[in-house]
Every structure is written in structure tokens, then in C-alpha cells.
Write a protein that binds this ligand. Structure first.
Ligand SMILES: *[C@@H]1O[C@H](CO)[C@@H](O)[C@H](O)[C@H]1NC(C)=O
Length: 381
């Protein structure tokens, strides 16, 4: 079991968290992943596990909203390639489905990739694709509370749509674990999505440690982009989606407390290099589109370069890759990235010993470490 720092008492209420957040104050740089909120240093892998849980609590308090565990009553059935999940919490049952498309080759139990809205990557050989209708769990709207997740947890829960989507995807994993008839190996499941669903897949990968591989595509802020880097690009004349665009009333994707941080993003005690770090040392392959400036490929590149430091500290540098390419439509997978995708799938879902070193800075971006990073990267053992 991981240790939970006393941050748990915050339960999403910013005012109660003032003791925690006050210590963070305003920080224009990318916050230090390797020091706890109380200032002590992270020097070992086991301390990183504790720090990771601290970051998880901050993330849920300030951006995602509360990510509930598996509900107390849970069952799943499988028929005609459809997984049907039924659960309740305090007597309010919901039911939702996910369909599985099996590969024409490969070995039972198959690895699988859960795709938000079906996903936007080609099905890899030997891997099942699970079509996840995330909108059934939470509506993508400018008001909060639509969708089955909120039927279960009530409309005053802090979880935004992205956390609700991640919750539903975790229930698919729960269902696979108790449904051998579905012929999927629950220990070899990846998660993917593009654009707003890319943000969703990124969050799912961070909140749910059971995914072996996370593949966010063109996700931007609240995904592979850092809030501070996107704000800086805007200040310098690029039109890039940033915190204000995700606060209410513009989207229902994040928790209500985020709206306050959106107005003063430098007070957020983390940024998304640290959220990518929550995925480490598991597989993370970030796909970007150079032609879609709104989703901030330059911010994503910088943010993932900073995130690479966390993978490096864990001795897992090649477990994360960043690849940016232009010349294709938004969310259209480009076949020039196929070999990279195949390498990540082979290593993390098919257990093959292949090289997944991918830093394809197709945009020719530079990330000014001296401007954004004033911490050093320890070697965690
Ligand atoms: C890094 O910068 C932040 C904000 O500018 C500051 O609070 C912090 O003390 C600095 N850390 C180091 C190690 O210099």
C-alpha cells in the first residue's frame, strides 16, 4: 500500500487546502517533481511512490476532481462481443457497454487497447480494440452533470467529464478481470484517444495504474501540454488552447476548483510534466500534429521533454516517446508514425524486447530548460 499524505482531508475543497497550496505559492517555472510539498527531497523509488500519490491528490483536488474507486456493487457479462457492466453505489444502478473487435491473428488472451469513441489509431496486429463510448458516462457539454457517472455519484461530485470518462474506462478493466470469456489479458491493456479524448486518455493513464500503455494523440493542455507553457505561447502571439478555455463555462472537462487556478495558472502546484510522470515507468507514446497549433505542439514538446526527466530518474527513459508530424488532418493517424506505434505496442502490449526510443521533434522546437526548470533530476534507486 502507498502512504497517503494528509492531503486527503482536502477532498476537493480549495479553502480547506490552503495549508497545502500556500506552500506552493506562485511559481512561474515548471514545478519540481522531486520535492514533496513539505520541502523534503525525493531520493528513492519508494519515496517517488509516495510523492506520486501526493501529486495524484493535488491533481484530483485542483484539476481532475475526485476519481472514485470501483463501486461496491459490480458485475459484468459478455455476449456477442459486447461487455456489459452494471454497478451501483448506494442503490442507484447504472449499466453501460463496450464492444470488442478481435484481431485476426495473435494469442488468447489478447492484449487490447481501449479507444475513447473507438480511438483514432489503426488496430495493431494481434491486439483487440475496445470501443469505449465515453460520452455515455459523461456528456461533453458546457454544463456539469450529464451522463451515467453522475447518476451514480450525484451532480455535486467534483469529477469533471475527463475524470468520469477515466472512471468508466477503469470499470472496463475491472470487467475484463472477472470475465475470462472476453479472452482479453487485463494486464496488457492500453488506452488511447485523440483531441479532447486525448486529454481524457492521458488523464486515464495517470489516474489508473493498470494500463500498460497510454497513447494520447493531439491532446494539448490537460493532456501532453503544460499549462504554463501554453500560457507563455499565447503571451508570445500563438493562438493556443490554455487554461481559461477549459474552465467553466467553456467546458465541463475539469473540476470546479480548476476554475480558480485557470485565472492564476502559476499557482497550480503541478504541471503536466508531473502528470505524465504519474504514468512512469509504464509505456507512454505521445502523438502530435504540427499543423494543429491550437493544441500547442510546441508546449507539448516542452512539457514532454520535462516529463522525460521523471522517466529518466526511474531509469525508464525509453518507456516514453514524443512524436510530432504535420501534413495530415486533425486526428488522422499518419502512417509515417506507424513504426513508432508498432514498437510501443510490441514492447508494452506484446512483451517483445524492442527499442522504443522515440523523440521525433518534427517541429524543430527548442525547449529552454534554463527558463523553465530550476530543479535537478535525481537517480532514484
Ligand atoms: C525555483 O523557482 C521557484 C519559483 O521561481 C522558487 O520558488 C524555488 O525556490 C526555486 N527552486 C530552486 C531550487 O531554486
Amino acid at each position: 500500500m502507498l502512504f497517503y499524505k494528509p492531503l486527503n482531508i482536502c477532498s476537493g475543497l480549495l479553502l480547506l487546502c490552503s495549508n497545502v497550496d500556500a506552500q506552493q505559492a506562485s511559481n512561474a517555472k515548471l514545478p519540481d517533481p522531486f520535492h514533496f510539498v513539505d520541502g523534503s527531497a525525493v531520493t528513492s523509488k519508494s519515496q517517488w511512490d509516495t510523492r506520486r500519490e501526493e501529486i495524484n491528490q493535488l491533481y484530483q483536488n485542483d484539476e481532475a476532481g475526485t476519481f472514485p474507486p470501483k463501486p461496491s456493487t459490480f458485475s459484468a457479462t459478455f455476449a456477442s462481443n459486447i461487455l456489459t457492466i452494471t454497478c451501483s453505489e448506494g442503490g442507484k444502478p447504472i449499466s453501460f457497454t463496450a464492444s470488442i473487435k478481435y484481431p485476426s491473428s495473435g494469442q488468447v488472451p489478447y492484449p487490447a487497447i481501449i479507444g475513447y469513441g473507438g480511438g483514432s489509431i489503426p488496430a495493431p496486429a494481434g491486439v483487440a480494440m475496445i470501443n469505449y463510448n465515453n460520452l455515455d458516462l459523461a456528456a461533453d457539454a458546457t454544463t456539469r452533470g450529464g451522463g451515467k457517472f453522475y447518476t451514480l455519484y450525484g451532480t455535486s461530485t467534483t469529477a469533471g467529464a475527463e475524470a468520469a470518462w477515466a472512471w468508466g474506462a477503469s470499470r472496463i478493466l475491472d470487467a475484463l478481470e472477472i470475465t475470462p470469456g472476453a479472452r482479453i489479458n487485463p494486464e496488457r491493456v492500453g488506452i488511447t484517444g485523440c483531441s479532447r479524448y486525448g486529454k481524457g486518455a492521458f488523464m486515464a493513464g495517470a489516474l489508473e495504474p493498470r494500463y500498460a500503455l497510454t497513447i494520447p494523440q493531439e491532446s494539448g493542455v490537460s493532456g501532453s501540454g503544460c499549462w504554463r507553457l501554453a500560457a507563455d505561447l499565447n503571451k508570445n502571439g500563438q493562438s493556443v488552447e490554455a487554461a481559461g478555455n477549459l474552465a467553466m463555462p467553456n467546458t465541463n472537462w475539469l473540476c470546479p476548483a480548476f476554475d480558480t487556478f485557470a485565472k492564476a495558472i502559476n499557482t497550480l502546484p503541478f504541471d503536466h510534466h508531473m502528470i505524465a510522470g504519474m504514468i512512469a515507468p509504464r509505456g507512454l507514446y505521445v502523438i502530435d500534429n504540427l499543423d494543429y497549433v491550437w493544441l500547442g505542439p510546441e508546449s507539448n514538446f516542452g512539457c514532454m521533454t520535462a516529463a522525460q526527466e521523471i522517466y529518466k530518474s526511474l531509469g525508464a527513459t525509453s518507456s516514453m516517446g514524443y512524436s510530432a508530424i504535420g501534413g495530415h488532418a486533425h486526428c488522422a493517424f499518419d502512417s509515417r508514425q506507424q513504426s513508432e506505434l508498432t514498437a510501443f505496442v510490441n514492447r508494452f502490449l506484446l512483451d517483445k524486447d524492442v527499442d522504443t526510443t522515440v523523440i521525433n521533434n518534427g517541429g524543430g522546437f527548442t525547449f529552454d530548460k534554463s527558463k523553465w526548470i530550476n530543479w535537478t533530476t535525481p537517480t532514484l534507486t
